[in-house]
Design a protein around this ligand. Structure first.
Ligand code: AMP
Ligand code: MG
Length: 406
């Protein structure tokens, strides 16, 4: 059985090895959040475009203000967006606002809090010594015209969107989202809007997987549910293989009606693993079938969710045209001790909070991998590693936040 870390590395290696370059599309900047940039974005001019005042105050000649208490003549003002054409001469200064251009002659800005006006008209007392360059962001100090500010394959977050906006990219080229087919399996599974029989269950996995696909940056293609019968399963898997990747839930355990692996094998799949040393989620399967990545995730809802996070998210990163992001693990202090028996890495529903100014995690008592009610009362998974199954209160432990919540 592979560790989840090795399984992730395997997925990343295999999917990167496919060398799929996604189709490009043009998007309005405002719609680009979470997308992967296809081209690069360069500065259209110097930034700042002029020597910019970083404080409200007075633009001075530092030579006039070597010591505190200099009295200067105020020759005018300049505001953000404004122009001041004259030069500041010896013994002079200009009132200036944050974001305005520093005038010729001046080489420092003294913040207004360090000045005093009023003794004589048009005179200001500078109460601190000034140094050349003080409170000025020089032209081109952030970037020069032509500098690449965002490289291809950049994931667009809000700061990246701001940079693209700053340099005037109202439209940009990104990669199309990978289409991820979602197929649940099981004779007992009925649609969410159906009335289940006494021993049937509604298809919660398809909707949770669709949400996880979207959070990961993919486009979910919901194929519904396949019964545990070879012919129908095969037909629906074939349909799923037309998309960029296929995620199945259920049918990968050792039961008599767990047919997913067999059907995939009959379709020519190559498997890279079919078990992980984790709980929940042990029987997860990963393979390539007809050139498409296929994840056969166990059907118990929490198993499905955990294995998707561990395995499918990095795959979607790569299929999106970007780099596989690391698994986001936080450290938190354990509130109550915990001991697990099985020599596996455990992902347990838990609550992470910062109530005492410190990250604290508390495990929730639960009924196992079908218990989404308990999972939904928490916001993260507490990770109990196979290498250390007993954790004492107060220990710093790993926490996997639930994407979208934390
Ligand atoms: P399996 O992995 O197929 O053995 O399924 C394990 C258990 O997961 C089943 O007995 C169901 O209780 C549950 N399950 C399977 N598929 C789904 C689904 N699509 N939605 C919700 N629960 C499911
Ligand atoms: Mg099943």
């Amino acid at each position: 059985m592979l560790s989840y870390e090795d399984a992730r590395l395997k997925v990343i290696e295999v999917i990167a090895g496919l060398r799929r370059i996604p189709v490009r599309e043009k998007l309005k900047l405002a719609n680009s959040l979470g997308r992967i940039l296809a081209g690069e974005i360069a500065a259209d001019r110097d930034y700042p475009p002029f020597d910019r005042a970083m404080r409200d105050g007075f633009a001075v000649r530092a030579a006039d203000c070597r010591e505190a208490g200099a009295k200067l003549r105020v020759i005018g003002e300049n505001r953000a967006g404004g122009e001041f054409a004259k030069t500041v001469g010896a013994g002079e200064c200009l009132q200036i606002m944050t974001g305005a251009a520093v005038p010729q002659g001046a080489d420092a800005v003294v913040m207004i809090e360090h000045t005093r006006t009023g003794a004589r008209e048009n005179e200001v007392t500078i109460e601190r010594a000034a140094e050349a360059g003080m409170n000025i962001a020089p032209r081109g100090s952030e970037s020069r015209a032509g500098d690449v500010l965002l490289h291809a394959k950049t994931l667009m977050g809000y700061a990246e969107i701001a940079i693209a906006g700053q340099v005037g990219c109202a439209e940009l080229e990104v990669y199309r989202k990978p289409r991820v087919a979602i197929l649940s399996t099981g004779d007992e599974v009925v649609a969410v809007d159906a009335q289940p029989g006494p021993f049937e269950i509604r298809n919660s996995n398809s909707v949770s997987l669709a949400a996880q696909v979207e959070l990961a940056g993919g486009e979910a293609v919901l194929l519904g549910n396949a019964p545990d019968r070879v012919d129908e399963l095969r037909k629906m898997i074939d349909r799923g293989l037309q998309e960029d990747a296929l995620v199945l839930s259920g049918g990968v355990s050792m039961g008599k009606y767990d047919l997913v692996e067999d059907v995939l094998r009959a379709l020519g799949a190559e498997f890279f693993f079919d078990a992980l040393a984790i709980r929940p989620g042990r029987p997860a399967v990963f393979g390539i079938c007809n050139g498409k990545p296929v994840f056969g995730l166990p059907g118990n809802p929490v198993s499905t969710m955990v294995t998707f996070e561990l395995l499918a998210v990095p795959a979607i990163d790569i299929l999106s045209g970007g780099e596989a992001r690391p698994l986001p693990l936080l450290k938190a202090k354990l509130s109550r001790g915990i001991e697990q028996k099985a020599a596996l890495t455990h992902f347990l529903p838990a609550v992470l909070d910062w109530a005492n100014g410190e990250a604290t995690v508390s495990g929730l008592s639960w009924q196992g991998s079908g218990d989404i009610a308990t999972l939904a009362r928490g916001n993260c998974f507490l990770v109990v590693h196979q290498s250390k199954l007993k954790l004492a209160p107060g220990e710093w432990v790993d926490v996997m936040p639930r994407r979208g919540l934390l």
